[in-house]
Design a protein around this ligand. Sequence first.
Ligand code: 13P
Ligand code: SF4
Length: 303
Amino acid sequence: MENSIKNKISELKAEKNAVILAHYYTSDDVQALADYVGDSFYLAKIAKQSDADVIVFCGVSFMGESAKILNPNKTVLMPDLSADCPMAHMVKPGKIDEMRREYDDLAVVCYINSTAELKCQSDVCVTSSNAIKIVRSLPQKNIFFIPDKNLGRYVKEMVPEKNVILNDGCCPIHAAMTADDIKAEIAKHPDALVVAHPECEEEVLLLSDYIGSTAEIISYVKDCDRNEFIVGTEVGVAYRLREDNPGKSFYFTERLPCCVDMKLNTPERILHVLATGENEVIIKDDIIERALVPLDRMLDIAK
Ligand code: 13P
Ligand code: SF4
């Protein structure tokens, strides 16, 4: 990255009292210049605590939206407003109402990777790092888990006392990894441990030595005394893994799990939105008010 871009970004940040947040799946140069880098849960907490006037959110739209919902009086900018998570939309219209009619004792549990409109219809939000704890804590027996069937299935297994009902959505990046892809890496690197995100299909998780959210994978690898890892999550995480563990080796599946939407965030676009104030996240007041309830509930239970 050019030094001049970096310097201009620093000057504008100071001038506008702005902070840059980036998800682990953004590109290396974006992570290198961000003030805070983390998984969805960490970034939601940072957005809530921040005393900056402007938040530049390098991620996808549900992340920018969540930052705005948690900070309605702040300006939230996204380097590229078209960076979206396809899974965030994967609940059929009317499905939540249908489930509420079918079950009296139902909690709608919404993975944070969802649109603000879906959050408005939900009882509580979760991320991959707190879903098990939150589902376990709910008074309801029946849980409609949206939108990710893979994280939902993983939670169902870990919380057998609940009736977790799955929805037909998934992350196209994680779900594209197959058991054969992982087995091919195991054959090449027989001493490596397999670590995977719960957004992966069951056949991949069954081959995994460790399952966790992006931040959990990063901390597991750092604390582990093994030196080689096959990583079943988005390739952007390699930046943190390599920075934290210079002596360790990381292998990804041959068809790289790469989220193109996350990669729409670039240093040039960060500079542009900081300079112009373009790409502001705007959400209607009534949506903010209703979507804040499940998000705040998540932050409260997960504390
Ligand atoms: P986490 O940040 O919770 O690990 O979720 C992964 C993801 O797919 C974010 O888009
Ligand atoms: Fe959505 Fe998957 Fe990209 Fe995360 S990695 S933003 S879940 S498409």
